[in-house]
Design a protein around this ligand. Structure first.
Ligand code: HXC
Length: 257
């Protein structure tokens, strides 16, 4: 495999990216970030892949950025290295991304999870931003994404305390979609991913894009964006087929265009 820090595979319309440094709880070093981003972009270009599942090997999803690698860094090195720009590319992935989280999702690992469109987690997963205990803070979107997701007061509690939270808490606050028995995590995630993979992929693509705009745009701008995407789908063969099949009371055959 051309990957050193991740394992990549594909089957049944699903693309799998698995963080693969289990000895250090999938601590995210810089080459691993590059591998992750490139694997996502390859799946985005691969017509056989409809949905991408991100998970971690071993007892963590990811316990954060690699502290050994960061410990001697200087501010100017980081500015010139500008590595967080690579993370930004994850926001441009068009296909749905489901995170399957078992064990620790901490710091940069939690930030990576928050780049997913949906999160399914094992009941024994734990989430948190321990950066404050290291004298730093999240740097790959944590303060922004978590706050937009759960609101200011709750985000403050997680980010300022550095505490670890359970999957039950994450579920209650809407950080994750499901809390699942650990032994069923991948099965349930795949089942849901396959459901999405069977749908007309242009609809899936433009719905995802429109939901992302709801996070970034004002309501008015977001609605204009949604409307154009709605109109655009009427240029697709799948829209013609989907509606015709309904009228003819038969199953549609979607082509993804
Ligand atoms: C480097 C890490 C690591 C990390 C764990 N390890 N997390 N190495 N960077 N983030 C290594 C440990 O050093 C250890 O290596 C091995 O993984 C197993 O971890 P243990 O600590 O022995 O396991 P355990 O006692 O079960 O404790 C699990 C843990 C703890 C609570 C998750 O490992 C932990 O607190 N990790 C750090 C969590 C953290 O602070 N994350 C935020 C990082 S800052 P050895 O060689 O001893 O076996 C960050 C900034 C993001 O993410 C900025 C944007 C990208």
């Amino acid at each position: 495999s051309k990957h050193e820090y991740i394992a990549v595979s594909e089957r049944d319309g699903l693309g799998f990216i698995e963080l693969n440094r289990p000895k250090v709880l999938n601590a995210i070093n810089r080459p691993m970030v590059s591998e992750i981003v490139e694997a996502f972009e390859e799946f985005d270009r691969n017509d056989n892949v409809k949905v991408i599942i991100l998970s971690g090997k071993g007892r963590a999803f990811a316990a954060g950025a690699d502290i050994d690698e960061m410990s001697e860094d200087g501010a100017i090195d980081l500015e010139l290295l500008n590595q967080f720009t690579e993370w930004d590319r994850l926001a441009w992935i068009k296909k749905p991304i489901i995170g399957a989280v078992q064990g620790f999702a901490l710091g940069g690992g939690f930030e990576l999870a928050l780049c997913c469109d949906m999160l399914f987690a094992a009941e024994d997963a734990s989430f948190g931003f321990p950066e404050v205990n290291l004298g730093v803070m999240p740097g790959a979107g944590g303060t922004q994404r978590l706050t937009k997701l759960i609101g200011k007061s709750r985000a403050m509690e997680w980010l300022l305390s550095g505490d670890r939270f359970t999957a039950a808490q994450a579920l209650e606050w809407g950080v994750i979609n499901r809390a699942i028995a650990p032994e069923l995590l991948m099965e349930e995630t795949e089942k849901f991913a396959k459901k999405l993979a069977s749908k007309p992929s242009l609809s899936i693509r433009l719905i995802k894009e429109s939901v992302h705009k709801a996070v970034d745009y004002s309501l008015y701008e977001g609605m204009q964006y949604e409307r154009k995407n709605f109109y655009l789908l009427f240029a697709s063969e799948d829209q013609k087929e989907g509606m015709k099949a309904f009228v003819e009371k038969r199953k549609p055959h979607f082509k993804g265009k």
